[in-house]
Write a protein that binds this ligand. Structure first.
Ligand SMILES: Cc1cc2nc3c(=O)[nH]c(=O)nc-3n(C[C@H](O)[C@H](O)[C@H](O)COP(=O)(O)OP(=O)(O)OC[C@H]3O[C@@H](n4cnc5c(N)ncnc54)[C@H](O)[C@@H]3O)c2cc1C
Length: 385
């Protein structure tokens, strides 16, 4: 089977699955700020979230191109992959840097859905994007790390069995480079919550199951450490290209959903005796947004090809994420404008998707930070921070 045939088959299968979860499903969850449990369960049981796990460990051993097609189609259907996309990529750290024993212990269960690893604890309230300054400390005492500190915006903790935590194991004053001394470790949430770990939901603009997490002498077995002590930042960077490409694909899916809605509404809605889409003031912005979504998609495809060929793709993955996030946001704005007042009504889903796609200007990495990466690492301009 060629890649194109594989992608067509995947798209058809994901579309069929998503058709069982219509707009009303997502709208109702959004109103209640509830987790799309049934959708995530169905997607997991169909094997889609195990796309990147090797076959010998229970997954389907597909590439990032295929994984990105899956998430794109979820968002293209009007759903929101953010509920579960992290199940696809957090495990990459475990796959690349975990021991054989850890891989065998966790990955088959993650592939089957018996275990959910979709919480990733990095961001902190006082240090934000400046990750190396994080304050959460894990101090080794014999066979355990004792963790103290605080994380913020940690999503899906309440719907995960495991969390990948990054904490400082060597104080920043004692390392040669600020990127050293951070360590990745697996937290068993069933054991941890209530025993040194407290989770507090954050009510947010979108339905994202996001939380604030507090650690007060949480004990984590040293056996749960992933890879070497002090190398956590390197492992974090290793996983970023995959994350960027997958999010870019979600944005492309959002963009296509918006354009589709806008073009239909503009063709049907009659004001001043003609469809509003006959007015170039309405038609051209929709056409331009479509052009930008399709252009962003090409960069996402390029980044995915390089990634799957094992070639460097930092520049392309970052550019894809930036272009796709901008394109989906432009498409969202244009669609809001096309719908007029009805864009604000919950029953059309435009305002929900508008809120959801806005996230990708800020998380998991903000637009400015991507531009600084391009300016510094691709164009060789002076470092700004
Ligand atoms: C809904 C949601 C879910 C999230 N889920 C997770 C999660 O599961 N796990 C996790 O670890 N984190 C998560 N995050 C955190 C997210 O990754 C951060 O919000 C994001 O990286 C930005 O960090 P910050 O909010 O601290 O902003 P800050 O770092 O305070 O930055 C604020 C603004 O200033 C800009 N800025 C900062 N420094 C510079 C500079 N030097 N030059 C130019 N501009 C600059 C930034 O681009 C940004 O626009 C989530 C966030 C949200 C909103």
């Amino acid at each position: 089977m060629t890649n194109t045939e594989l992608h067509t088959d995947l798209r058809t299968a994901v579309r069929e699955l998503c058709s069982r979860f219509p707009d009303t499903y997502w709208r109702e969850l959004d109103a209640r700020e509830a987790y799309p449990e049934e959708f995530v369960k169905t997607l997991t049981e169909a094997g889609f979230l195990a796309a990147l796990i090797p076959e010998e460990l229970g997954g389907s051993g597909l590439g990032i191109a295929e994984a990105s097609v899956i998430l794109e189609e979820v968002n293209r259907s009007g759903g929101n992959s953010a509920a579960c996309h992290a199940q696809m990529y957090i495990m990459g750290t475990l796959l690349r840097h975990g021991s054989d024993e850890q891989r065998r212990q966790y990955l088959p269960k993650i592939a089957s859905g018996e275990l959910r690893l979709q919480a990733f604890g990095v961001t902190e309230p006082t240090t934000g994007t400046d990750t190396t300054q994080m304050k959460t400390m894990a101090v080794r005492k014999g066979d355990t790390y004792v963790v103290n500190g605080q994380k913020v915006w940690i999503s899906r903790v309440d719907y995960s069995d495991l969390m990948l935590l990054v904490a400082r194991t060597t104080p920043i004053e004692e390392v040669k480079k600020k990127t050293e001394g951070l360590t990745a470790m697996m937290i068993d949430l069933k054991q941890a919550v209530g025993n040194g770990m407290t989770v507090v939901p954050i009510r947010a603009m979108i339905n994202h199951a996001t939380t604030e997490v507090f650690f007060d002498n949480l004990e984590v077995p040293v056996a749960n450490r992933i890879g070497e002590e002090g190398q956590g930042f390197r492992y974090l960077l290793d996983g970023l290209n995959a994350e960027r490409i997958l999010i870019a694909a979600e944005c492309v899916g959002d963009g296509r959903w918006f354009i589709d809605r806008a073009r239909k509404y503009a063709s049907d809605r009659v004001v001043f005796g003609r469809p509003i889409g006959q007015n170039q003031g309405i038609q051209f912005p929709i056409a331009r947004a479509h052009v930008n979504v399709e252009a962003a998609d090409l960069m996402r495809i390029r980044a995915a090809e390089l990634f799957d060929d094992g070639k460097p793709c930092g520049a392309e993955a970052n550019m894809a994420k930036l272009l796709a996030a901008d394109a989906s946001w432009e498409a969202a704005n244009v669609t809001m404008q096309t719908y007029g007042g009805f864009g604000f009504a919950e029953e059309y889903d435009i305002e929900r998707k508008f809120r959801e796609t806005r996230l990708y200007q800020t998380a998991p990495i903000s637009t400015n930070l991507i531009l600084s990466y391009i300016g510094q690492h691709v164009l060789g301009m002076p470092r700004s921070f």
